[in-house]
Design a protein around this ligand. Structure first.
Ligand SMILES: Nc1ncnc2c1ncn2[C@@H]1O[C@H](COP(=O)(O)OP(=O)(O)O)[C@@H](O)[C@H]1O
Ligand SMILES: Cc1ncc(C[n+]2csc(CCOP(=O)(O)OP(=O)(O)O)c2C)c(N)n1
Ligand SMILES: [Mg+2]
Ligand SMILES: [Mg+2]
Ligand SMILES: [Mg+2]
Length: 325
């Protein structure tokens, strides 16, 4: 079964606690606590699946696993406050290596004033790190994948595909004459877009998702959660100039299916777009309009690509975990 079918199969049909504002189905769960909503999520990284000793130092493993979790908090428009670590440690890891995993996390956490507040330690065959993260947002201001409306503008932060191109460089699957350091750094130490979404708290409505599996997957998650049709203009999807040295087939794969850029994709009403641009500009962050949202009952839940006047369905071809059962 693939991960998405599995998650559907175990999802409760309703929540027993009235404080659960959002359970399974978004980047984080949301729990109401007085005037604030508490945001929480857990994400796990496994040796040979999310990193390998070839692609990452122990410092980067720590940095990246926390960055991926902070990114889910950013995708809710929240501010990250604390985290807990569950770690499976294989015999061959030295004390110095373990310290350096935690140093990578702490260096990132310090920038947001986050605290490590607990965790669990066990030994096992493979390094596995699981982060439970908490964040906070004013009551009712969590940003959902389901908030898209017809007429909204689709946008994305940063450039797409850098991380997966960086991974292919690290694994020796491709060669580059330029940009190796930049692309590999984007893979090893991604920047979650917390400041951007946090500055948008005053907006009444905003739909957000973060890019972990590739936008072909995340755009579908938005379209399905909102029951709308998403149109993406292929020529507008931003890629770093360094990606243009690779063949077109690879460029297309990286930008739509590569994943792990931890950028934000979302939509707002057209009248708010200028404000979003101004905020992004002030932060030195690239923000690009890549499409629009329509309400078309026959195609809602789907994503289409517009290219040279031709419209084709965009398949959901992001990274999907599967097992044989
Ligand atoms: N094994 C699981 N048990 C319960 N909920 C899960 C499980 N795996 C994922 N989820 C939930 O399913 C949703 C989608 O998860 P995921 O695709 O990992 O989100 P993201 O890409 O933002 O990390 C989330 O709400 C997450 O909390
Ligand atoms: C060694 C190695 N091989 C492959 C990848 C690529 N990869 C692994 S998991 C993944 C998708 C994101 O991870 P996931 O567990 O799905 O995170 P989530 O969607 O829950 O945030 C990608 C693109 C990698 N990062 N490292
Ligand atoms: Mg996410
Ligand atoms: Mg996840
Ligand atoms: Mg995923």
């Amino acid at each position: 079964m693939d991960e998405f079918k599995f998650i559907d199969s175990i999802k409760q049909s309703y929540y027993r606690q009235s404080s659960v504002i959002k359970g399974i189905g978004d980047d984080c769960a949301v729990i109401r606590e007085g005037y604030h909503d508490i945001i929480t999520a857990v994400d796990t990284m496994v040796d040979e699946v999310h990193f390998s000793r070839e692609t990452m130092s122990t410092y980067d493993i720590g940095y990246r696993v926390l960055a991926a979790n902070i990114s889910d908090i950013a995708a809710m428009g929240a501010w990250p406050t604390s985290y807990m670590i569950s770690i499976v440690i294989p015999d061959e890891y030295t004390d110095e290596e373990l310290q350096s995993i935690y140093q990578g996390m702490d260096d990132l956490a310090r920038g947001y004033d986050m605290d490590l507040i607990g965790g669990d330690t066990v030994t096992g065959k493979q390094l596995v790190i699981s982060v439970t993260i908490h964040g906070i947002v004013p009551k009712g201001k969590a940003r959902y994948r389901s908030a898209m409306e017809a007429g909204d503008i689709l946008f994305v932060t940063g450039t797409l595909g850098d991380s997966s191109a960086g991974l292919d460089l690290l694994l020796g699957r491709i060669e580059a004459s330029d940009g190796v350091d930049y692309l590999t750094a984007r893979h090893r130490q991604p920047t979650p877009r917390v400041h951007f979404s946090h500055q948008l708290t005053h907006l009444d409505r905003l739909a957000l998702n973060d890019v972990s599996d590739g936008i072909s997957s995340e755009a579908h998650e938005l379209a399905q959660a909102s029951n709308k049709t998403v149109y993406i203009d292929d020529e507008q999807v931003p890629i770093n100039p360094y990606l243009k040295q690779f063949c077109l087939e690879k460029q297309t794969y990286y930008k739509y299916s590569g994943g792990e850029d931890f950028e934000l994709i979302g939509s707002v009403a057209p009248q708010h777009m200028r404000e979003l641009k101004n905020i992004a500009n002030q932060q030195g962050l690239l923000l690009t309009i890549i499409g629009e949202i329509k309400d078309q009952p026959n195609t809602n839940g789907n994503v289409f690509l517009r290219k040279s006047g031709i419209i084709t369905p965009l398949e959901k071809r992001g990274y999907t975990h599967k097992n044989e059962g």
